[in-house]
Structure formats: structure tokens, C-alpha cells
Design a protein around this ligand. Structure first.
Ligand code: CTP
Length: 402
């Protein structure tokens, strides 16, 4: 599973660093290409010579210059790696990672990572329980990093509690499972829509909504990371896509989104309609700026096409159609109604009554309703984790046919 993968191991100054030579040996045995980087403090616990010998590559510990004056390129390392494992991570380094304090090579490499990042904290139980540490862990989770929770047990201080670095075999297993699960959408074609639509009033004004597109963009990144070929139809947004296997098609209005989706949907195995499409558009779109007057003003609006409903009518055999429902009242009932009337397989319900869920936030809480019956109630979590939760649900249930 891990053979041929390129993995960076970042070690920081904790006594638990003594476990990392074992982790590196296990990875090398699996034919992983391992590069070790260390903070200066880590060298007090395990030597660069040990790590270089086991990884079969020089170890980088100096911030930016080698003894010859060459630059240690943390950016290149960030591009090179298929995964980065930071273990053990002290409370100090957790804080630096969470707040972008790049005063050593390990944190600069972390900030340059374009790959999945695993962070395994290890410290004394009171440091671990401190709200500062817990806040930093939550921040790192909100970035989409995977936290390898410390274990409960005897600590170097003689105290007992949570704070022990996870064992090397268990860390290896977590990374293995991650890659196993990361290829579960291999070659599937997925159409995802994201963001708002803008309905033109005149050259300087439009009708829009508060959607930022975050959830749809994260779904696109997640699906692409799991091997899918993704087409992302994006309404107006400043967001960018990092994954090279996402084909992005920008649209502005509901009509443009409709046309693009109708063209792309027949090619898709899975369609996820996360965009907040305007339900109405202006009957008159003025090419000149409308002038104000002291009189009341009204716009005549006409309904837009319901893109998802149209796709539901044209749904191909074995195609999976997933809709979103944003509700403020009678949430489950409204969502179930949309699931049936639009001929969907799943609907992802967002309630604006849930604290921490909604437009532009970094967290979300969803409920997924499966047409065949089951209802999945999610927790309030960071949006990257919610994106993975939605994709997991679809993958687990994709043999289901409406
Ligand atoms: N949708 C769509 N085309 C539209 C409106 C909505 O494809 N013109 C899709 C959305 O992308 C979402 C689902 O339909 O996946 C439900 O959207 P939502 O705004 O919650 O519901 P509506 O169907 O628009 O109904 P209402 O606004 O009355 O709740």
C-alpha cells in the first residue's frame, strides 16, 4: 500500500522522539522513500546520524542553510511529499503550526505541505489538557490536518494520563489506512457545483446570496485526493483549487450554471450539487446603470430553472445524484421532500439553526438522508472533515440505485 510513497517525518523536542527510529524503520521496510527533518531541540533526544542511517538520506535540521551555504528548500519538500508525519509534536510546535510561526525548518516545511499532514502530539498530561493546547489542536484540525491522538498511559514525568505518543506500528497503520481509503474513488467522474450565482440587475449590481463556495471546493479537493476526476462548476468566488485533477469551469448566473451542468452531467458517475443557485432572476437586465429616484422601486423576477430537478429527470442508470438543502424550519421534512421531488439518492441537510454551521464559517454540521431510509446525523466539525464525511457516505452507499 505504501510502497514507493514519499513521506517526510518531522521530529520535535520531546522524549517520545526515541520511538521515531522504529517508525522510520517500519516505513523503510515498506519501501517508502523517507526524509527526516528535525527541530534543533529534537537533536537532544535522537541524533541526526541515527535518523540519516535509518532513512538512508541526510537529515535536515538547520533552518535555511547547510554548512556549505546551500539552501535547504522547504518548498521543494512540500511539493515532493505524498504525506508528512510530524511526531512527536510538542505543545510549543503545535502552537507554531497553528499560528504560522515559521522559525525552524520543521514548521516551514509544514507550512509548505501540499499533501495530507499527520500530527502526533506528545507531552505531559496537564500541558495536553491546557485550553491553549486544545485550541491549537482544533485549529490544526480545521486546516484539515489529521491529529493522531496521544494515548493514555505512564508519562516520562512519572504521571499517568493522556499524552503518550502513539506507538510506531499504530502510526504506520493510520497512514496505511489513509492511503487505502484515499484511492476509493479511483477513476470515478464527479461533477460538483459550488458557490452562489449572481443574477445581473445592471452593470454594477446583482442579486446574490451569502454562499462562499467553501463546502463545494472542499468536496472537490477531497474527491480528487481520493482518485476521482472532478469537474467543478463554480459560481463567483475568490476561492482557488489546489488539486491538479480538478477541472474548474467558472460561471456567473443560474442560467450559465444550468447550461454547463446539462453538458457535463451525462459524463458523471456522481453529481454533487452544493451550489446555492438563485431561485429567481431579473426579467429585465439593464445594460446601463439604473439611476436612483425618490420613487419606490421594484424588480420583476422570474423563476430560474431548477438544475438539480432537471438532472433528476435525466438521471442515468447507476448515476448517483446528491443534493443539498439549506433550511431554517421543519428541516428534515423539507429536505426529504426535496430528495423525492428532485429524484435524488442522497440529500445533505444544513440547518441554519445549528450553531457553527452556515455560510463562510470554517465549521459545519450536516445530516445526510439516504433515499433508501438511513439518516446520518453528523457532528459539528471543520469543513474539510465534513467534506470527507460526505464523500465517505457516498462511497459506502454507492451501489445503491434509486
Ligand atoms: N438547486 C438547483 N437549482 C436551483 C435551485 C436549487 O439545482 N435553481 C439545488 C441546490 O444546489 C441544492 C438543492 O437544489 O442542491 C436544494 O436547494 P435549496 O436552495 O435548499 O432549495 P430549493 O429547491 O431552491 O427550494 P427552497 O429555496 O424553496 O427551499
Amino acid at each position: 500500500m505504501l510502497k514507493g510513497k514519499k513521506i517526510v517525518i518531522g521530529i520535535t523536542g520531546s522524549i517520545a522522539a526515541y520511538k521515531i527510529p522504529f517508525l522510520v524503520r517500519l516505513l523503510v521496510k515498506e519501501e517508502v522513500d523517507v526524509r527526516v527533518i528535525m527541530t534543533p531541540a529534537a537533536k537532544d533526544f535522537v541524533t541526526p546520524l541515527t535518523m540519516a542511517t535509518l532513512s538512508q538520506h541526510p537529515v535536515v535540521t538547520l533552518p535555511f542553510k547547510t554548512e556549505n551555504g546551500d539552501w535547504n528548500n522547504h518548498v521543494e519538500l512540500g511539493q515532493w511529499a505524498d504525506a508528512m508525519i510530524f511526531a512527536p509534536v510538542t505543545a510549543n510546535t503545535l502552537g507554531k503550526m497553528a499560528h504560522g510561526i515559521a522559525d525552524n525548518f520543521v514548521v516551514t516545511a509544514y507550512l509548505s505541505a501540499k499533501c495530507p499532514v499527520f500530527i502526533a502530539p506528545a507531552m505531559d498530561l496537564d500541558m495536553y489538557a491546557h485550553p491553549s493546547t486544545q485550541n491549537n489542536i482544533n485549529i490544526l484540525k480545521s486546516f484539515g490536518n489529521f491529529i493522531i491522538e496521544p494515548q493514555i498511559g505512564e508519562l516520562a514525568s512519572g504521571l499517568s494520563g493522556p499524552g503518550r505518543l502513539e506507538e510506531p506500528e499504530a502510526i504506520l497503520q493510520i497512514v496505511r489506512e489513509h492511503f487505502m481509503h484515499r484511492s476509493d474513488l479511483g477513476k470515478k467522474k464527479i461533477l460538483i457545483t459550488a458557490g452562489p450565482t449572481h443574477e445581473k440587475i445592471d452593470p454594477v449590481r446583482f442579486l446574490g446570496n451569502y454562499s462562499t463556495g467553501k463546502m463545494g471546493f472542499l468536496l472537490a479537493e477531497e474527491a480528487a485526493a481520493r482518485g476521482a476526476e472532478v469537474t467543478l462548476v463554480a459560481g463567483p468566488t475568490y476561492l482557488t483549487i489546489r488539486h491538479p485533477h480538478v477541472k474548474r469551469l467558472d460561471v456567473v448566473s443560474a442560467e450559465e450554471m444550468f447550461e454547463t451542468c446539462m453538458r457535463e452531467a451525462p459524463l458523471a458517475d456522481i453529481v454533487i450539487m452544493a451550489a446555492a443557485v438563485a431561485d429567481y432572476t431579473c426579467v429585465q437586465k439593464s445594460d446601463a446603470k439604473l439611476k436612483k429616484s425618490s420613487q419606490p422601486f421594484s424588480l420583476e423576477l422570474s423563476p430560474t430553472k431548477d438544475i438539480l430537478k432537471e438532472m433528476g429527470k435525466l438521471k442515468l442508470k447507476n448515476q448517483i445524484l446528491v443534493g443539498f438543502a439549506l433550511e431554517t424550519d421543519n428541516e428534515l421534512e423539507h429536505a426529504k421532500n426535496k430528495l423525492i421531488t428532485k429524484n435524488l439518492d442522497f440529500i445533505v441537510l444544513n440547518s441554519l439553526n445549528d450553531k457553527g454551521a452556515g455560510f463562510g464559517l470554517n465549521t459545519n454540521k450536516i445530516t445526510i438522508i439516504d433515499r433508501s431510509g438511513p439518516v446520518h446525523y453528523g457532528e459539528l466539525q471543520s469543513k474539510p472533515i465534513v467534506a470527507a464525511e460526505i464523500i465517505d457516505f457516498i462511497v459506502k452507499n454507492r451501489t445503491y440505485q434509486a
